[in-house]
Design a protein around this ligand. Structure first.
Ligand code: HSE
Length: 311
């Protein structure tokens, strides 16, 4: 019989949030990944089981986002000979734009941190989770991993030093998420982005980001609505998502404050100032994608302030 272990959950997240490409993201209440860590039978970290991934994820800890993030923490502590076994339960879709690999990376390092009782804070172990996620998309950014581990709406001033701030979130803020059942790989969705953008667009985007942050602190929903406009990345990625602009129109007509692509897509999110409007966005999505004969999964959530938890 397997030894008792430590069980953790790390949530999905919405990255970019229209105005903060690679530097802004928030955590959802669900879905998310679960990881169990227990004493193993041989020195070092071994992934003993992966459930819910349809055989798509490697068990090699150097190639697995959860395994690698946990391993990097063991290395950091000089604990690489500790016999540890990890079970991964994927409970969210891949390539969905909801930070699936980030949730695994956050859960992996958080579980190991709890198991080893290091006393390190979530912020102190964040870099190992970012390194874990980097295996999946090749880039070093914490806009999914940050919220998945720490919870909340996270603004990253600098991805290298991981200088970040959890923003104030107005009490009523909630989100409708629409995940159309197509797969977009982050690596590819990043690959299509232009390396240079127009100066005028940078001015617009920085104005929107600054105003969005100010609006969060003052619970100014009208200003949130005026700010949530992405002139840099959304126009370059929208064509990857069937029905994106129709869905955006429907969401804004249903009263959403703003609507854009979640991370690298294909999921989309609508921030709303109340539950009824979020429900109405979800109903609109169900109607639209039924007509288009594209399956969707929808999620309603508040901003999850806890991030990774032990349960
Ligand atoms: N900021 C990232 C992107 C999130 O949009 O490419 C997905 O990893």
């Amino acid at each position: 019989m397997a030894k008792p272990g430590i069980k953790v959950f790390a949530p999905a997240s919405v990255a970019n949030v229209a105005v903060g490409f690679d530097i802004l993201g928030f955590a959802l209440e669900k879905p998310g990944d679960e990881i169990i860590i227990r004493e193993g039978s041989q020195p070092g970290l071994v992934i003993s089981d992966i459930q819910g991934a349809g055989g798509k994820l490697p068990r090699d800890i150097m190639k697995n986002t959860a395994g690698y993030s946990a391993w990097r923490l063991m290395e950091h502590l000089g604990e690489t000979k500790r016999p540890v076994e990890m079970e991964i339960h994927k409970k969210m879709p891949f390539g969905s734009g909801l930070g699936s690999s980030a949730a695994s990376a956050a859960a992996g390092v958080f579980a190991m941190n709890e198991y080893l009782r290091t006393g390190l804070s979530k912020h102190e172990i964040l870099k190992f989770a970012v390194e874990g996620e980097q295996i999946a998309d090749g880039a070093y950014h914490a806009d999914n991993v940050g919220p998945s581990l720490l919870g909340g709406m996270v603004l990253i001033r600098d991805n290298i030093s991981l200088d970040l701030k959890k923003l104030h979130v107005p009490a009523g803020l909630c989100v409708a998420v629409i995940y159309p059942h197509i797969e977009i790989l982050t690596r590819e969705s990043r690959g299509i982005l232009r390396k240079e953008v127009a100066f005028a667009d940078v001015i617009t985007q920085t104005g929107n980001l600054g105003a969005f942050v100010a609006a969060m602190y003052t619970s100014d929903y009208d200003l949130i609505a005026r700010s949530l406009q992405d002139v840099l990345v959304e126009p370059q990625r929208a064509h990857l998502i069937p029905g994106f602009y129709e869905m955006k129109q429907a969401a804004l007509s249903a009263g959403a404050l703003g609507f854009s692509i979640s991370g690298a897509g294909p999921s989309m999110f609508a921030l709303c100032d109340n539950t009824l409007k979020a429900e109405s966005v979800i109903e609109g999505a169900e109607r639209l994608y039924k007509l288009k004969k594209i399956g969707i999964t929808t999620y309603f959530s508040k901003i999850n302030q806890e991030g990774a938890i032990r349960f």
